[in-house]
Design a protein around this ligand. Structure first.
Ligand code: P5A
Ligand code: ZN
Length: 479
């Protein structure tokens, strides 16, 4: 446990982010392939707790499946719009040993073209619908923009993709709304704030009719897309000939949706809540929720030290019995070094217990989010821990929500200046050329028409570019 310098998150977020991933042992970036990384045990525990929430939410109305990693070239190329969007991003398997393959195989960049030919054979009649499946898999994208751990990967290790097929367009629309509710619930549990927008046509998913996206605001004032939902309509159904026999005997195309989340959700948790001392993890997903640090002044086995150890063990057992993820740090390091270490790891609550606490039949709670300290009687520890963890979860969420402000542009604010701070809202008509012009003039991206943004009321007003009638869109510099 060596002590390292304090990192200023505000000064240089990018340096802070990379250093935290390393110090807190989330991801090892030394793997010698560009854009692919190694999960450390602590990082993977965090990832699994986060994905456990997602899985539970998905399992409610979806069934888990597992499709192959390899996709035949001819299948991948079938949907014209889809492949136009992905052709520059596909990794190809061309050989088996030294033999060239008859049909080159793609490593899935996403699984539409792996799943839908099989949907075709699964779906016969209206009784086979709806299909609602998901999988959590690795996908590969040959990203040419600057790669970043958890954020822009060439191997996405935790791609949660859901795919649905319905008898009617209305049902597909309803499914999109249900999925939005699921994703909102998910990010709320992570205490990650977001805005929801409908992406402009030029930025929709290749092959989709329209795309809805969740974006969060990162500490450097840029937004990161953390989830997307796509209305596919009958596009892929026509390409892959996915039809069902309706009750009246007619043959109809299915309507489809798909929606996905990657380990960017882990990046968001780390980036949004962390501070100059390291990670700050929401209790809901912290691999260790409580760390107990015994305050022992001598190691000679005198009576007070023994009593302190006993009391710490008792608290440990009680908390563990109550289902709390607790760790007792009885290593020989100094308490100060332990505080420093567990703060860096983002443990939400520290319990210190020394001889003086014992005389008061109490222990000391120190919160990771605001460093508030208080004495807690030993006989109320479990309920106090539960209450404090709930409160930390809540406070982290509230604090993060406050940081996600939207600057509504009016006469007094210059978009070019405001965009440096974060997300702006301004009226735009639905003319693509106006959107593109705006993007160029301020060096930012149109996120899209506002579907949800806490504390922002969308306005109708003259388009910021052409003065025709327009409606508020959100605009930001993006990851
Ligand atoms: C939806 C699921 C799809 O691929 N097909 C199945 C649809 N959508 S998407 O927008 O292309 O990707 C879904 C989300 O994954 C994240 N993401 C990435 N994360 C890390 N590294 C990448 N290279 C990467 N590419 C996409 C984004 O959050 C995106 O919204
Ligand atoms: Zn316009």
């Amino acid at each position: 446990m060596q002590e390292e310098s304090v990192l200023k998150k505000e000064d240089n977020f990018s340096v802070w982010y990379n250093e935290i991933l390393k110090r807190a042992k989330i991801l090892d970036v030394r793997y010698p392939v560009k854009g692919v990384y190694v999960w450390y045990p602590y990082g993977l525990k965090l990832r699994n707790l986060i994905y456990g929430i997602l899985r539970t939410l998905m399992d409610d109305e979806h069934e888990e499946v597992l499709f192959p990693l390899l996709i035949r070239r001819d299948e991948l190329l079938k949907e014209k719009e889809h492949i136009k969007g992905f052709e520059e991003e596909v990794f190809w398997v061309t050989h088996g040993g030294t033999t060239e393959l008859d049909v080159p195989l793609a490593l899935r960049p996403t699984s539409e073209t792996a799943m839908y030919p099989i949907f075709k054979v699964w779906i016969r009649s209206h009784r086979d619908l709806p299909i609602r499946v998901y999988q959590i898999v690795n996908t590969f994208r040959y990203e040419t923009k600057h790669t970043r751990p958890l954020i822009r990967l060439r191997e996405i290790t935790s791609f949660k993709e859901a795919h649905t097929a319905h008898a009617s367009r209305e049902e597909a629309e309803t499914q999109i709304n249900k999925a939005i509710a699921i994703y909102r619930n998910f990010f709320d549990q992570l205490a990650v704030p977001y805005v929801i927008t409908k992406r402009p046509d030029w930025d929709k998913f290749p092959g989709a009719e329209y795309t809805i996206a969740f974006d969060t605001l990162m500490p450097d004032g840029r937004t990161m897309q953390i989830a997307t939902l796509h209305m596919l309509g009958e596009n892929f159904a026509h390409t892959f000939d996915i039809r069902y026999e309706a009750e009246d005997g007619s043959s109809r195309f299915v309507n489809q949706t798909c929606y996905g989340i990657s380990e960017r959700c882990v990046a968001a948790v780390i980036a949004i809540h962390g501070d100059d001392r390291g990670l700050v993890l929401p209790p809901r997903v912290a691999p260790i929720q409580v760390v107990i640090v015994p305050i022992i002044f001598s190691s000679t086995g005198d009576t007070p030290s023994e009593k302190v150890k006993e009391a710490c063990n008792a608290i440990y057992n009680e908390l563990k019995g109550a289902g709390i993820r607790v760790f007792l740090d009885d290593s020989p390091d100094r308490p100060g070094a332990k505080y420093y270490y567990w703060e860096m790891k983002g443990v939400p609550l520290r319990i210190e217990l020394g001889p003086r606490d014992l005389t008061n039949v109490s222990c000391t709670f120190v919160r990771r989010d605001n460093f508030a300290k208080r004495q807690v009687p030993l006989n109320t520890v479990v309920q106090s821990v539960n209450k404090t963890l709930d409160d930390i979860q809540h406070c982290l969420h509230a604090r993060a929500m406050q940081k996600l402000k939207i600057c509504a542009i009016n006469g007094d604010t210059e978009p070019k200046d405001a965009i440096r701070e974060g997300i702006i809202a301004l009226p735009l008509c639905d003319n693509e050329s106006c959107g593109k012009k705006l993007e160029e003039s301020i060096g930012a991206n149109v996120l899209g028409e506002v579907l949800y943004a806490a504390a922002h009321r969308a306005r109708r007003n003259a388009c910021a570019i052409c003065a025709r009638e327009g409606e508020d869109v959100l605009v930001a510099r993006t990851y």
